[in-house]
Ligand binder design. Structure first.
Ligand code: ARG
Length: 397
């Protein structure tokens, strides 16, 4: 009888390389690997060769940058998605996409199982498991790292015994996850919340420029379409802005984060594009959305970010919120001007054909069209209940 198959999400790193052999030995499975390029700067050919050398049946490597931007980053921008108002969710947004492709490749190959290299302590296991189950309730999931119980030393020993290449830089104590939208760094000295993160952990945000400069982002219906007046794909805008703003050291985030599994953890992120794009997007919304919509959307945004963080991307709740949010973007068109300075940025200008800002209403100069006489009647009626409440109190106390 031929063996059952498993599709493993393969990063090319040590854990998932060990997982290939472990799945073959422990579960007697034929292993198919899936590696997705979502802008984490890996050499796809190299990863493919590595998987093939470890004896996999097939090694898929897919460039999914466009889909990641279109179906995950754009919805997140529209929602100004920031978990705990701090983390732009780069890692969290990538997991449902990985789950989707695990399912797709598993179906194409009639595999009974999918597998991933997440540990048992983090959010990523939840996100991939929930994503897979939402799309293919019958697929079974194996999480080798969660199951095998190896210590670091045992894992390396197993790797050596099985001819799995062990990177020389095994001493690097940091766990890093990276894609177009940001870079997440955990572990090592960072687990001591009072310790300042050492400079060497940062790759995207290093101070190289000190002379202030300006950039301009143009949005159309909530989506960035131009950088400094030039039309570009959103992938290009994100990549370029990561470089431009990263050179000012912009986009470092140091956050004690509430994980879904109840742990508080110290997380460091580098996300220059994400922090600037979301801020610029919010600023434009402030100009075009009516007050009540603007305030209400903010409440939904916090919920939205939570759902994404919790791995409920394919949940009808996230989709329903998305429908509301998408509707709000119809007039989020215009441009935002941003000043970059060392370690920080400032919004210094905004304009939109749909702006509700009206100079002649707002101005303190002579000739304003705002009716101050109407204000008197307005305040009376607006405060009527407030007034009655105070009056009754005075009479009865
Ligand atoms: N704390 C972040 C999150 O939950 C980052 C996780 C980083 N993942 C990793 N495998 N290193 O989304």
């Amino acid at each position: 009888m031929s063996k059952e198959k498993v599709v493993l999400a393969y990063s090319g790193g040590l854990d998932t390389s060990v997982a290939i052999k472990w799945l073959m030995q422990k579960y007697s499975l034929n292993v198919i690997t899936l590696t997705v390029d979502i802008g984490q700067g890996i050499d796809l050919e190299e990863v493919k060769n590595k998987a093939e050398n470890l004896g996999v049946e097939k090694a898929y490597v897919l460039d999914l940058k466009e889909e990641f931007v279109k179906d995950y980053i754009i919805p997140a921008i529209k929602a100004n998605a920031m978990y705990e108002r701090a983390y732009p969710l780069a890692t969290a947004l990538s997991r449902p996409l990985i789950a989707k492709y695990l399912v797709k490749i598993a179906k194409e190959n009639h595999a009974k199982y999918v597998a991933h290299g997440c540990t048992g302590k983090g959010n990523d296991q939840v996100r991939i498991d929930l994503g897979v189950k939402a799309l293919a309730p019958d697929l079974e999931i194996i999480a080798p790292v969660r199951e095998w119980g190896f210590s670091r030393e045992e894992e390396i020993e197993y790797a050596i015994e099985n001819n799995i290449p062990v990177p020389v830089s095994r001493k690097n104590p940091f766990s890093i996850d990276e894609n177009l939208w940001g870079r997440s760094i955990e572990g090592g000295i960072l687990e001591y919340p009072y310790q300042e993160p050492p400079e060497e952990i940062f790759q995207w945000t290093k101070l190289q420029k000190t002379e202030p400069s300006y950039i301009e982002i143009t949005f159309e219906k909530g989506i960035p379409v131009e950088l400094n007046g030039t039309k570009k794909s959103l992938i290009e805008i994100i990549e370029e802005l990561n470089k431009i703003a990263g050179a000012y050291g912009i986009g470092r985030i140091d956050h004690i984060e509430n994980r879904l599994v109840g742990i508080k953890s110290r997380e460091i992120y580098e996300a220059p594009s994400a922090v600037i794009i979301i801020k610029a997007h919010e600023v434009l919304e402030s100009m075009v959305l009516p007050r009540e919509l603007s305030h209400f959307k903010k409440i939904l945004e916090d919920k939205y970010a939570e759902l994404v963080y919790y791995g409920l991307w394919f949940d009808p709740f996230r989709e329903a919120l998305q429908a509301f949010i998408d509707k709000t973007q119809e007039r989020v068109t215009g441009r935002v001007r941003i000043k970059l300075v060392p370690w920080n940025f400032f919004i210094v200008g905004r304009e939109s054909p749909y702006s509700l800002y009206d100079y002649s209403l707002a101005t303190y100069d002579k000739g304003s069209t705002f009716s101050t006489e109407s204000a008197v009647g307005f305040i009376k009626l607006f405060g009527l209940q407030n007034y009655l409440y105070a009056l009754r109190g005075e009479k009865n106390d």
